[in-house]
Design a binder for this molecule. Structure first.
Ligand code: ADP
Length: 272
C-alpha cells in the first residue's frame, strides 16, 4: 500500500523582512520516513523546521501537516501531530520536577487527567527517570532526553529534531539517536536538522540539501553523500570515510563505513 504523505510544502517562501529567506520549497515527506535536512549556516534549515510546525507561517505557498494547513491551525493544535525538539533543551524546560515537566505538555494539549497520570508514569519508567528530580539539576544530556521524553509522551506522528546531538558526549549522542531510530521503526516520521554528516549517514534514509534558502537536492542518503560536487556547492563536507574513498578512486566507490572499507580492502587483496 502506498504510504501517506504526512508533511507537504507547496511552493513555500518565507521572508523575515523584505527579502525571501527561503523560497520555492516543494517537499513531500511520507509516513515513516527518516529525513535529514543539511546545509551550511544560514542555508534555511531552522526556518524550514519552524515552517513545518507552524511556528512560522509561509509568506506564500502552503505547508500541510497530515493534511492540515499550518496557516489555518493554531500551533497548539499542530503540536499533537508534530513534535519539535529544540537544539537547546533549556528553551523547552519550564517545570520544577521531571514528572511535572512531562505532564505540562500533555495538559497543554488537552489530554484528560487520568490519561496524563498514566502517560507520565509510563514515560518515567521507559526513560528510567526519577519523578521528583529537578530538571536543572540534571546533566545537559539528561535534559535533552527529558525533552525527547516529553515529546514522545504526546505520541506525535511526526518529530522534528533541531540538531538533536549538540552538546552531548558520544555515549549520550548514541543513546539519543538509537531512541530516535526505535521511534522511527515503530512508525514515527523523523525530520532532523543535522550538521554531523556521520550521524546523517548512520541514521537518515533520505536527505534534503539546502543552500541559500533553496532546496538544492533531495534523495537517498548515500546517493547525496557521495555527490561531492553537490556537497561542495552546498558548502558541506563528505563524511570522513567517504571523502577518503573519493580520493582513493573508483576501487573504493560506495564505501562509507569502516566495515565496508575493511571488506573492500580484503576483496581487492583477493583479486591480486
Ligand atoms: P540555518 O538554520 O540553516 O542556519 P536559518 O533558517 O537560521 O538558517 O536562516 C536562513 C536565513 O534567514 C539567513 O539568511 C538568516 O540570516 C535569516 N534569519 C534567520 N532567522 C532570522 C530572524 N529571526 N530575523 C531575520 N532574519 C533571520
Amino acid at each position: 500500500m502506498p504510504k501517506e504523505t504526512v508533511l507537504e510544502f507547496q511552493n513555500v517562501s518565507f521572508s523575515y523582512n523584505e527579502t525571501a529567506n527561503v523560497k520555492d520549497l516543494n517537499v513531500k515527506i511520507k509516513e515513516g520516513d527518516f529525513v535529514a535536512v543539511i546545509g551550511s549556516n544560514g542555508a534555511g534549515k531552522s526556518t524550514f523546521s519552524k515552517l513545518c510546525n507552524g511556528l512560522l507561517k509561509p509568506t506564500s505557498g502552503d505547508v500541510l501537516v497530515t493534511g492540515l494547513n499550518t496557516k489555518k491551525e493554531k500551533v497548539s493544535n499542530l503540536a499533537e501531530r508534530i513534535g519539535f525538539l529544540f537544539q537547546n533543551p533549556d528553551r523547552q524546560i519550564c517545570c520544577q520536577t521531571v514528572a511535572e515537566e512531562i505532564a505540562f505538555s500533555l495538559k497543554n494539549n488537552g489530554i484528560p487527567e487520568d490519561e496524563i497520570k498514566l502517560r507520565v508514569e509510563n514515560t518515567i519508567k521507559e526513560f528510567g527517570f526519577k519523578a521528583d528530580v529537578e530538571p536543572f539539576n540534571m546533566s545537559r544530556g539528561q535534559r535533552q532526553r527529558l525533552c525527547l521524553a516529553c515529546l514522545i509522551a504526546l505520541n506525535p506522528k511526526i518529530l522534528i529534531l533541531d540538531e538533536p546531538t549538540t552538546g552531548l558526549d558520544y555515549k549520550e549522542c548514541m543513546e539519543m539517536m538509537n531512541r530516535i531510530k526505535e521511534l522511527n521503526k515503530s512508525g514515527t516520521t523523523v525530520i532532523m536538522v543535522c550538521h554531523d554528516m556521520e550521524i546523517v549517514l548512520d541514521f537518515a534514509r533520505q536527505v534534503i540539501v539546502m543552500n541559500r534558502g533553496e532546496i538544492l537536492a533531495s534523495g537517498r542518503t548515500r546517493e547525496i553523500l557521495c555527490d561531492n560536487e553537490l556537497l561542495s556547492k552546498a558548502r558541506l563536507l563528505q563524511p570522513q570515510i567517504a571523502a577518503t574513498c573519493t580520493l582513493l578512486g573508483s576501487d573504493y566507490k560506495d564505501v562509507f563505513t569502516v566495515d565496508e572499507m575493511i571488506a573492500r580492502i580484503k576483496e581487492l587483496k583477493g583479486k591480486k
